[in-house]
Design a protein around this ligand. Structure first.
Ligand code: ADP
Ligand code: MG
Length: 248
């Protein structure tokens, strides 16, 4: 479904991704781990179409179509949704209006149906209806920000859900509901590309469904099954890089 082919990306003239190859099939659950600065967020944002990232070589294909050059909102319509590592505050935009607008634009729902869907689903990620009158992420805790990203994913039901560190900066209770909802979306047919630095969230997920990749210096240097996660936790990235000769 998603094919990232020899993707090279620069940011403000600096080489960040140095030839990433990745295939995510239908109903697959992929995990990308890697040290800080290895290019995980760059990969996520480039797949989602963030204009700051310049593709200088290779490409991104979605269901066979080359989407390397199309704008971010077109990618959302095709079913790609990115939950941000650092969701930003949007002063002046109320959550209900925002969610109704995206359901209308992306799913073609009328405002009344959208309203019903939103009030129904927000409880699943522990929000009360009074949240809907507030501005996006303004005054939100880390856990609330990440749960709001998950709420958007639940509403969008994307074909491909990319999650950039949904486990960073969240309390343990938020983490359990976030991981439960991600796994639920996966079971209902969404493909997942989950980025995590600590792997904390992976303790809440069934390891037998995971395909794990490790990034280092803008490349995927190793791929394996869910067992790779416990190896990383036991030994750390550095030891693994030394052994595979990925350090040269
Ligand atoms: P990760 O998510 O794995 O921690 P990033 O993709 O955020 O890594 O960053 C990879 C590298 O790209 C880092 O060296 C970072 O400093 C650089 N980088 C990322 N975004 C920008 C940006 N907007 N401007 C300049 N450098 C950036
Ligand atoms: Mg990052």
């Amino acid at each position: 479904m998603l094919k990232v082919d020899n993707l090279k990306v620069t940011v403000e003239g600096k080489d960040i991704l140095r030839g990433v190859n990745l295939n995510v099939g239908e109903k697959e659950f992929h995990v990308i781990m890697g040290p800080n600065g290895s290019g995980k967020s760059t990969l996520a944002l480039t797949i989602a179409g963030h204009p700051r990232y310049t593709v200088v070589d290779g490409g991104i294909f979605f269901n066979g179509e080359d989407i390397t050059e199309i704008p971010a909102n077109e990618r959302v319509k095709k079913g790609i949704f990115l939950a941000f590592q650092h969701p930003e505050e949007v002063e002046g935009v109320k959550i209900m209006e925002f969610l109704q607008t995206i359901l209308n634009k992306v799913k073609g729902m009328d405002l009344a149906d959208a309203y019903d869907r939103i009030t129904e689903r927000l409880k699943e990620v522990w929000f009360r209806e009074d949240i809907l009158k507030r501005f996006i992420n303004v005054g939100f805790s880390g856990g609330e920000r990440k749960r709001f990203e998950i709420l958007q994913a639940l509403l969008m039901e994307p074909k491909l859900l990319i999650l950039d560190e949904p486990d960073s900066g969240v309390d343990i209770d938020s983490l359990s509901v976030i991981s439960m909802k991600i796994e639920e979306l996966y079971r209902r047919g969404t493909s997942i590309l989950l980025i995590t630095h600590y792997g904390r969230i992976l303790q809440h997920l069934d390891p037998s469904i995971l395909k794990v990749h490790i990034m280092k210096d803008g490349e995927i240097v190793m791929s394996g099954s869910g067992e790779l996660v416990s190896e990383i936790e036991r030994r750390g990235f550095q030891k693994i890089f030394e052994e595979c000769g990925c350090d040269e």
